[in-house]
Design a protein around this ligand. Structure first.
Ligand code: AMP
Ligand code: GLY
Length: 414
């Protein structure tokens, strides 16, 4: 069988790596891939947003399964386009991708089905928003409605900061059309956790939990990033499990009631306080770097479970996990998530221990492997417990070098 993976990051490297393991999979193509996928897949020079070209490639090559990594092609309707041609593709259709495309759409859904979430109001212009924020205390959260590469959320400590955030979105139009609606939200306290669910015919199958580390500096300080380290599994109390289960059932009920037809991954971001989860956001794709720790722990055939998900036949028993803990430390280009340089040669990749997996987030291979993004490498280790996984990962991080490499030293230290 032939598989096409769409995307360029560590998430796509991890998906391609796990798919390649399947007995049924002969060839994996990645569009565009990176320096890591190149070693065992064929990288294609097709942009992940070029749906026409991707469709043409999949038809010509008779691809058996396409797996979409990033949200952009999903929000643009790649799944609808492939389905129209009878091509099998993993991911939600355009209508369901609105759960990531529009924060207002998600908030309305959560409210309608009484799913716990932060109180909110949405606004279409600066003047209304300025009036509206008087209904909130501080801190409050200002969110551009659309896709903003993870930069659309501002936590505002006072009125001046809120006015400034609203002005940047409505007047300076820093997010263009993606900021034509703004959601203002109550600030939630607690601990963040994300759950990725396979969704088969509107039924949710939660995968084991992974803990992301979003801030760039140790101790969760500094700017928000796409995520610079993760581990899995994450323990949960009985009470929390019960409350999460209730939310999954409410989401399923909402999807059915809205006559949506969801298939693919639903990534639910939660804020949890005293075992009470509230939904922060939905994404309609695998998380990055969550996928880098979930794939090594998955103890079943990914190709098979993705096909079953699409066919609406997935069962809970199909999804199996290794007991071990997996931890990944992301090596970044110095300066990320603000400006950083690319094109630094990476050395030491051949010296790492045999049981370590290095997923590439942003690299390029020419005569050697060079950095090509803010997040560069996910150094990933399995261990009998969190401590062992962490020690193994960090021991190997030390062996990999590139100019201005930066990584957090406290991934997995609670
Ligand atoms: P989002 O893109 O909605 O996940 O927001 C990005 C990050 O902003 C989240 O991961 C949280 O750390 C933070 N955040 C978003 N909404 C809230 C909220 N209502 N209360 C507290 N923090 C929030
Ligand atoms: N790691 C967070 C995300 O994938 O959005």
């Amino acid at each position: 069988m032939k598989v096409l993976v769409i995307g360029n990051g560590g998430r796509e490297h991890a998906l391609a790596w796990k798919l390649k393991e399947s007995q049924d999979v002969d060839e994996v193509y990645v569009a565009k891939g990176n320096g890591g996928t190149e070693s065992f897949c064929e990288n294609l020079d097709i942009d992940p947003k070029n749906i026409d070209e991707l469709l043409k490639f999949a038809e010509d090559k008779k691809i058996d399964l396409t797996v979409v990594g990033p949200e952009d092609p999903l929000c643009m309707g790649i799944v609808d386009a492939f389905n129209k041609k009878g091509l099998k593709i993993f991911g939600p259709n355009k209508e369901c991708a609105r759960f990531e495309k529009s924060k207002e759409f998600t908030k309305k859904f959560l409210e309608k089905y009484s799913i716990p979430t932060a109180k909110y109001e949405s606004f279409e212009n600066y003047e209304d928003a300025i009036k509206g924020i008087s209904n909130f205390g501080y801190p409050l959260v200002v969110k551009a409605d659309g896709l903003c590469l993870g930069k659309g959320v501002t936590i505002c400590e006072n009125k001046e900061e809120a006015e400034n955030a609203l002005s940047k979105i409505f007047k300076d139009k820093i997010f263009g059309e993606e900021g034509s609606t703004v959601v203002v939200e109550e600030f939630l306290r607690g601990e963040e956790a994300s759950v990725l669910c396979l969704v088969s015919n509107n039924k949710l199958f939660p995968l084991e939990r992974a803990k992301d580390h979003k801030q760039i500096y140790d101790g969760d300080k500094g700017s928000n990033t796409g995520g610079v380290g993760t581990y899995s599994p994450v323990e949960a109390s009985k009470e929390l499990e019960k409350n999460l289960e209730k939310i999954y059932r409410q989401i399923e009920n909402g999807l059915d009631s809205e006559k949506l037809s969801y298939s693919g991954i639903l990534f639910i971001g939660f804020m949890i306080e005293k075992d009470k989860p509230k939904v922060l956001e939905f994404n309609v794709r695998f998380g990055d770097p969550e996928t880098e720790v979930l794939m090594p722990r998955l103890d079943c055939d990914l190709f098979e479970i993705l096909n079953r998900t699409i066919d609406g036949k997935l069962k809970k028993e199909d999804i199996k996990w290794k007991k071990e803990t997996c931890l990944t430390v992301i090596m970044c280009s110095g300066g990320y998530p603000e400006s950083y340089e690319k094109g630094k040669e990476i050395t030491g990749l051949n010296d790492i221990d045999k049981d370590i997996i290095v997923f590439h987030n942003g690299t390029k291979k020419t005569d050697a492997i060079y950095t090509n993004g803010g997040r560069v490498l996910s150094v990933t280790a399995l261990g009998n417990d969190l401590k062992e996984a962490r020690e193994k990962a960090y021991k190997n991080v030390e062996k990999i070098k590139f100019d201005k490499a930066y990584f957090r030293k406290d991934i997995g230290i609670k």
